[in-house]
Ligand binder design. Structure first.
Ligand code: IDP
Ligand code: MG
Length: 164
């Protein structure tokens, strides 16, 4: 059987400040580990305007950007790089729709939230949705923003060692 190594990729996830404050770092990380993704890098970072402007370059000119940047600077985030088959696509499936109201209850955003983005915008509240995950095609750019090469690790999981 051929090994489809070309489908194995790395992606970037950030546990956002609201999830860190709620003590959900372990629960959220567990969801990815349970699905079999390998943690290749992980660190707590205080986001800055400079990092966020690079990270959210597609959103900087949008009306919600200022609130988004305030939210992302409210406390530290936990950034991680995860490796697996179609990692970006698969991990966004686990994370769920952007608005918790539309996210399936089995997803992270659906399990730990219920707020709609429209309600938050109309009520003048910051919209908080726990976790960021790269869209397919964006993952390498985002990993480079948040991680240095030396902070990323190559190792064999126990499962990989046993099946060698
Ligand atoms: P994603 O996080 O699911 O990829 P994007 O559309 O890329 O969603 O938006 C990035 C982040 O910006 C969202 O996760 C959310 O925190 C915030 N955001 C997006 N649209 C709005 C909005 O209309 N109001 C408030 N915040 C928003
Ligand atoms: Mg996005």
């Amino acid at each position: 059987m051929s090994n489809n190594v070309e489908q194995v990729e790395r992606t970037f996830v950030a546990v956002k400040p609201d999830a860190v404050k709620r003590g959900l770092v372990g629960e959220i990380t567990k969801r990815f580990e349970d699905a079999g993704f390998k943690i290749c890098g992980m660190k707590m970072v205080q986001a800055t305007d400079q990092l966020l402007e690079q990270h959210y370059e597609e959103h900087v000119d949008k009306p919600f950007y200022e609130g988004l940047a305030d939210y992302m600077k409210e406390g530290p985030i936990v950034g991680m790089v995860l490796e697996g088959v179609h990692a970006a696509e698969n991990i966004r499936k686990i994370v769920g729709d952007t608005s918790a109201k539309d996210a399936h209850p089995s997803t992270i955003r659906g399990q730990y939230g219920h707020m709609s983005m429209d309600y938050a915008d109309e009520a003048g509240r910051l919209y908080k949705n726990l976790v960021h995950a790269s869209e397919p095609g964006e993952q390498e750019r985002e990993i480079e923003i948040w991680f240095e090469e030396k902070e990323l690790h190559d190792y064999q999981t126990a499962h990989e060692e046993e099946t060698r």
